[in-house]
Design a protein. Sequence first.
Length: 88
Amino acid sequence: MQDEISAKDKALVTSVLLKKLSPSDISLFMKLAGGGMTVEEKREAKKILLNKLTEEEYNELVAIAAKYGLSQGKSYAESKKQDLSARP
């Protein structure tokens, strides 16, 4: 999959993530990229993105992921709403 992603998309994703995420956050996302995460870890990764990215940044990254079949394409607002409704 990595070879299929355009250089422009890779640069945008890398730029946003390096600016906004901590080293431990990045480590978690690298684990995700390797396919080694549980559903719960994926939820935690999504929460991190929702908390650390602006709505525009989040939507931009989701659009890139959806373009390559890696996301359902839910917007920031949809994801925030789902996250809030999933809490006990």
